[in-house]
Design a protein around this ligand. Structure first.
Ligand code: C5P
Length: 224
């Protein structure tokens, strides 16, 4: 791993996605949305009629042979393709997030995605967003961040995000779903959600996106 990596891990809805993207843009680095890979595996499996998601060997095979492409539109917004089809909206639903956290608990699926994730670490650098970026995928990263926020604040933000995408959801349902996904992600045996020993822990419940990004830019400059 030659290129520098900044890892951003944390629970669902803490704002990691927005913050990592902004950080990557400001640094001129590339960006890895590792959660999208787990969501893509879940979606690909669902499209093949493999739900309920039970057969780990088959799902690992789906992960290994995932035909996924990450690009941008002319406005610089991320575009994700699964077998040539634009799947951004399908990926962001709570049901896809839920299925993703089920496949993500399977060791063979995680193993199948490991090299694909590491291949994103290219010059001049990478900002990697996920749950185990600092603990498993990029343990040598010079700057590791663990971003948290209260479950209420995360549900509120997710709600706003879904509304902006024209998707509907109730805050109460989101609260329950987020708490359940946190529990599954934190309690699983393989690569559980937890800060790396040397991670900078940032609670951003009361911080603006801009405040978090400038604090991280400051740390990135010191680490680099
Ligand atoms: O970050 P996002 O909500 O898109 O992730 C969807 C699910 O994928 C998470 O709930 C988690 O179970 C799984 N995931 C993971 N490891 C990562 C990124 C995501 O297990 N590095």
């Amino acid at each position: 791993q030659s290129a520098p990596v900044i890892t951003l891990d944390g629970p669902a809805g803490a704002g990691k996605g927005t913050i990592s993207r902004l950080l990557a843009t400001r640094l001129g680095w590339s960006f890895l949305d590792s959660g999208a890979l787990y969501r893509l595996v879940a979606l690909a499996a669902q499209k093949r009629g493999l739900t309920p998601l039970l057969d780990e060997a088959v799902l690992a095979d789906v992960a290994l042979n995932l035909d996924a492409r990450f690009t941008q539109d002319t406005a610089g917004e991320p575009v994700i393709l699964l077998a040539g089809e634009v799947v951004g909206t399908q990926l962001r639903t709570e049901s896809c997030g839920d299925l993703a956290s089920q496949v993500a608990a399977m060791p063979d699926v995680r193993a199948a995605l490991l090299e694909r994730q590491r291949a994103f670490a290219q010059s001049p650098g990478l900002v990697a967003d996920g749950r185990d970026m600092g603990t498993v995928v990029f343990p040598q990263a010079p700057l590791k961040v663990f971003l948290t926020a209260s479950v209420e604040e995360r549900a509120r933000r997710r709600h706003k995000q879904l509304m902006e995408q024209g998707l509907s959801a109730s805050i109460d349902d989101l609260l329950g779903e987020i708490a359940e996904r946190d529990r599954r992600d934190s309690e699983r045996k393989i690569a559980p959600l937890k800060p790396a020993d040397d991670a900078l822990i940032l609670d951003c419940s009361d911080l603006s996106i801009e405040a978090v990004v400038s604090e991280l830019m400051h740390h990135a400059e010191q680490a680099g």
